[in-house]
Ligand binder design. Structure first.
Ligand code: NI
Length: 652
């Protein structure tokens, strides 16, 4: 995951240039010193999370009578001897702890699972006599050839276990070093491991099925088959260099500007996205990220609990990949490193964590006019800011695209391995057979994006826009009428909305202060993909914990404490936190400083073609300017080289 430890001698300048710049190695060390001086870092203390506590928006945007906003760091500390966990904020400027709250496991849940815990689980289960016996019954006597796969426990109301910090551990066979474990699940058995006591406290042994034998190691030519021929090189060259500039974390391209950030929990974060239009700086989004991802599985059998909150339980940003030029990114690339820390709070750098480049994107606009003879073509291109993170078996790429016509797009690319089960043979309503005796269970990937909107300023409102056909009648005698209906979403409770593809439903974020030359509010429109929301039954525990995923849209009034769709503490949380709690006050959102939250992502019934490694599947959403400009903002894009000046006159 991380490749370089940062030594204090190499520390960056103490105070970053901008209040939204990510925490630096020097800052993490300074914060650790403050925590140590306060007596909070005993030998058994670990950092389950450590990152920048961003200043509130008004401190960043408003006048600063007292100088720049304070630099603060937030740490989730856990004592591995007692399990006591605390949410602590330190001020680097005041050099003191400014808040500390001890968590109550029964109501607050647990801090995220951290690296050391992933490491100890395998030792613990291999040493457990009950687990060894269960494996021996399956003919598996060499436990060094069984790999333990720890899973977030979730919360299912088990009163006795509710206060334990634990994981549920599944097993896979790995005969040889390079065996692909996902091909060989040892199914029907799970060990429940107490992470504080470091022991197995329960074994669930429900059934025995043969361990699937067919190997899945695609690095092995015998498994992969012959390498394809005939693919000649494609080279992307930009002989004059890229068209963007990167100054620290400030990125500029074709009128767009934004600040690129990084966090151990959220990964890639973009701030202060805006456009320069005729010399005027026009903000669009103050902060954009995907701070949660829940992956609930749909098999009601003994793995009913399989549900991952990849950000809240595992800190997805920590698992960010170091990207490689020529493999992950083509063309003229600028990389940004990501700085985070290990369990001891020691800074680590992920080299090339964020990739920034431009891509040709086909045709931007084109017209051959049969009346005036003009024939013009312009090419689209986009600025791409991306990163990849590996969440156990899955790999997720987060791509933000900015286009020449003012469009913003977010795309998640999903690849990696299916989380597999042994297949009893025959059809299963909840899984697809992907190799002999091996199944990929159905599941959902539900991403929660947080878009702190500032469309031409802080005073925004949201309209739900439906397109419908009208019944024939007076005013519509031939029944061809289609109309657009815009419904204002006035308060938070009423703004929990779902997609309706039969009405081409979109959500328009408009300024209540600025209008275009037609007298209409300037706006940006969210175009969703309209895939299903959470399919789990409303009575299910996951429904309570992943409440955010029960609506495609939420709108909240900006509150700096409301950052995570499923709440601050997700691991073993009983539910109700995050968006359902955020909107409980039903605040007014019309003409306010608002945050848009969008749930998106596929419901994945696996295919044999997803095995042994999935071709990338995509999901996401688009934001398009809607009356934000008075006309096509891309008329000034020059014709491509070789395009005849004045256009081609069509023949005839
Ligand atoms: Ni999937």
């Amino acid at each position: 995951m991380t490749d370089t430890a940062v030594r204090p001698a190499a520390a960056e300048r103490a105070r970053p240039a901008h209040p939204l710049d990510p925490a630096t190695a020097a800052e993490f060390l300074a914060g650790r010193d403050i925590l140590a001086a306060a007596g909070l870092l005993g030998e058994t203390a670990r950092f389950a999370y450590y990152g920048l506590e961003e200043p509130p928006k008004h401190e960043v945007l408003g006048p600063a009578p007292g100088g720049p906003p304070e630099r603060r760091l937030r740490a989730f500390l856990i004592d591995v001897a007692t399990g006591e966990s605390a949410d602590v904020v330190v001020s680097l400027d005041q050099r003191r702890v400014v808040s500390r709250r001890v968590l109550d496991p029964a109501s607050d849940g647990q801090v995220p699972i951290f690296n050391e815990e992933f490491g100890v689980v395998e030792e613990v289960v291999r040493a457990d006599p009950g687990w060894r016996e269960a494996m021996a019954r399956r003919g598996l006597t060499d436990v060094t050839k069984i790999r333990a796969c720890p899973q977030a426990a979730g919360w299912f109301g088990e009163a006795a276990d509710g206060r334990r910090r634990f994981v549920r551990v599944l097993a896979f066979r790995q005969e040889r070093e390079n065996d692909y474990i996902w091909a060989h699940p040892v199914d029907g058995i799970a060990a429940y491991v107490d992470l504080i006591e470091r022991k197995v406290f329960k074994i669930v042994d429900e059934f025995e099925r043969p361990v699937p034998e067919e190997p899945g190691d695609y690095d092995d030519p015998a498994v992969r088959g012959p390498v394809r021929e005939g693919l000649r090189p494609i080279e992307i060259t930009q002989p004059e260099g890229p068209s963007f500039t990167l100054d620290g974390h400030l990125l500029r391209w074709q009128g767009w500007s934004m600040r690129v950030g990084f966090d151990a929990r959220e990964g890639l974060v973009l701030h202060q996205i805006g456009l320069e239009d005729a010399g005027r700086a026009r903000p669009v989004i103050y902060r954009a990220s995907v701070p949660e991802l829940v992956v609930p599985y749909g098999d009601p059998g003994f793995r009913y609990w399989q549900t991952y909150f990849d950000c809240g339980e595992y800190l997805l940003g920590k698992w960010t990949n170091s990207l490689q030029r020529g493999c992950d990114c083509l063309g003229e690339i600028a990389y940004l490193d990501g700085t985070l820390t290990d369990d001891a709070g020691t800074p680590q750098v992920i080299r090339n964590a964020i990739c920034i480049h431009e891509e040709d994107f086909g045709i931007l606009w084109k017209h051959t006019d049969v009346f005036n003879g003009s024939a013009q073509t312009r090419r689209q291109r986009r600025l791409v800011v991306s990163s990849w993170a590996t969440a156990g078996n899955y790999d997720y790429g987060f791509y933000w695209y900015f286009y020449l016509d003012g469009t913003i797009e977010h795309e998640v690319k999903m690849s990696g391995a299916l989380f597999t089960a042994a297949h009893p043979g025959g059809d299963s309503p909840h899984a697809a057979e992907v190799a002999p005796g091996l199944a990929g269970p159905v599941h959902q990937h539900l991403f929660g994006a947080r878009l702190d909107m500032t469309v031409d300023g802080m005073a925004n409102a949201v309209e739900e826009v439906d397109l419908t056909g009208l019944p024939a009648g007076p005013g519509n005698p031939y029944g061809n009428a289609i109309t657009q209906t815009a419904t204002r979403l006035r308060t938070e409770a009423g703004a929990a909305r779902r997609c309706d593809s039969s009405r081409a439903r979109t959500w328009r974020v408009l300024s209540t202060e600025r209008r275009n030359s037609y007298g209409r509010p300037v706006s940006y429109t969210l175009y969703p993909e309209a895939a299903p929301v959470l399919l789990a039954d409303p009575s299910s525990p996951v429904h309570a914990r992943a409440g955010f995923a029960t609506s495609h849209l939420w709108v909240t009034r900006y509150d700096p404490a409301q950052r995570y769709p499923a709440g601050d503490f997700v691991n073993q949380h009983p539910g109700g936190a995050g968006l359902p709690a955020y909107v409980a006050g039903d605040r007014d959102i019309d003409g306010a400083d608002i945050v848009l939250w969008h749930t998106f992502g596929p419901t994945h019934f696996p295919r044999p073609e997803d095995w042994p490694v999935m071709p990338v599947a995509r999901c996401g959403f688009t934001l398009r300017p809607t009356g934000f400009f008075d006309r096509n903002p891309a008329l000034g894009v020059p014709a491509p080289p070789g395009h005849q000046a004045g256009g081609h006159r069509p023949a005839g």
